[in-house]
Design a protein around this ligand. Structure first.
Ligand code: PSU
Ligand code: MN
Length: 303
């Protein structure tokens, strides 16, 4: 396949036998959550995927080797390591060539999952168009990746700290289908609603699998974005979140935060402002997405 790709035997066997596998990202571990909740969540998510009948494949770069499937000790190391690059499509080959450590964002995880032949991937929330992008041009490479790589990405919508209307407009322009799961309102990560209408809606994993198959049969090579709202019991209402986000975004501008640092900085700041409530919600929504992704992987594996 590829010399720099190391697929764990259990995952390679499952893929060869056509059994369901769910890819998982690692930037959420290195740059999205504090230790030790990051490692605990990554472990719990892997357990959940297994309990749902699929094989988890957490993706990260260790000393230049692209690992598809991390061991428990590697996951623990990743959760505390300091010299880990946050990788997207542009710098993934740099980390490989320079033998660096790296975590994969949504964009890089999609790219690697597709290389390995894994059609479904669960994350928290995708990157998107940042507020103020009309002057900063800060737009996540996740959007372009969704346009070009045929992987189904299960998320809880776009992080509400983004400019969500512009994110949806750009995805539409890029031809990325946005399927909201069991809701008519596009979800906003910590909150169930963004106030923006769902571009498409499907209510079962089987219906999602049928959609993905129809898209593939038409030769459409884009990804599919599944927006799965956070469970009602875990959400922070949008009106409450809006207040925290406004404050964090203002502070990030004051502090001069730019580029790759923006999303991790804002997530950490919102964690502090909400006294940890945002992290509790983030953990819950990631688990909820892992469950749905497993069900979709199972439905896709039934032929
Ligand atoms: N989902 C989470 N927490 C995260 C992310 C997603 O619950 O930290 C990460 C993903 O890896 C996503 C990245 O690709 O945030 C977006 O970064 P940027 O805005 O720099 O493209
Ligand atoms: Mn950016």
């Amino acid at each position: 396949m590829n010399d720099s790709l190391a697929v764990a035997p259990e995952i390679a066997e499952a893929l060869a036998a056509g059994r369901p596998v769910v890819a998982l990202e690692s930037t959420i571990v290195t740059h999205g959550m504090p230790y030790p909740q990051n490692v605990a969540t990554a472990r719990d998510v892997e357990e959940l995927v297994r309990a749902s009948g699929a094989v988890p494949a957490t993706i990260a770069i260790v000393a230049g080797v692209i690992k598809v499937g991390l061991g428990a000790d590697e996951l623990e190391w990743l959760g505390t390591a300091k010299d880990v690059m946050k990788l997207s499509r542009a710098d993934l080959p740099f980390a490989v060539a320079a033998k660096r450590h790296g975590s994969t964002t949504v964009a890089a995880t999609m790219l690697v999952a597709n290389l390995a032949g894994i059609p479904v991937f669960a994350t928290g929330g995708i990157g998107g168009v940042h507020r103020g992008a009309e002057t900063t041009f800060d737009i996540s490479a996740d959007l372009q990746e969704l346009a070009r790589t045929p992987v189904t990405v299960v998320c809880a919508g776009a992080k509400a700290l983004l400019d969500v209307p512009k994110t949806l407009e750009l995805l539409e322009m890029l031809g990325v289908p946005i399927v909201c799961y069991g809701t008519d309102d596009f979800p906003a990560f910590w909150s169930r609603t963004s106030g923006l209408p769902a571009p498409l809606r499907l209510d079962t994993p089987q219906a999602i699998a049928a959609f993905v198959r129809a898209k593939s049969a038409l030769g459409i090579a884009s990804g599919t974005l599944i927006a799965n709202p956070i469970p009602p019991a875990d959400e922070i209402p949008a009106t409450e979140m809006a207040f925290y986000i406004e404050r964090a975004v203002d502070e990030s501008v004051q502090a001069g935060i730019t580029g790759k640092a923006v999303t991790p900085w804002l997530l950490d700041r919102i964690f502090t402002i909400t006294n940890g409530k945002s992290l509790t919600a983030n953990v819950a929504l990631v688990k909820n997405n892992a469950r749905l992704a497993s069900e979709i992987a199972l439905a896709l594996a039934e032929n």
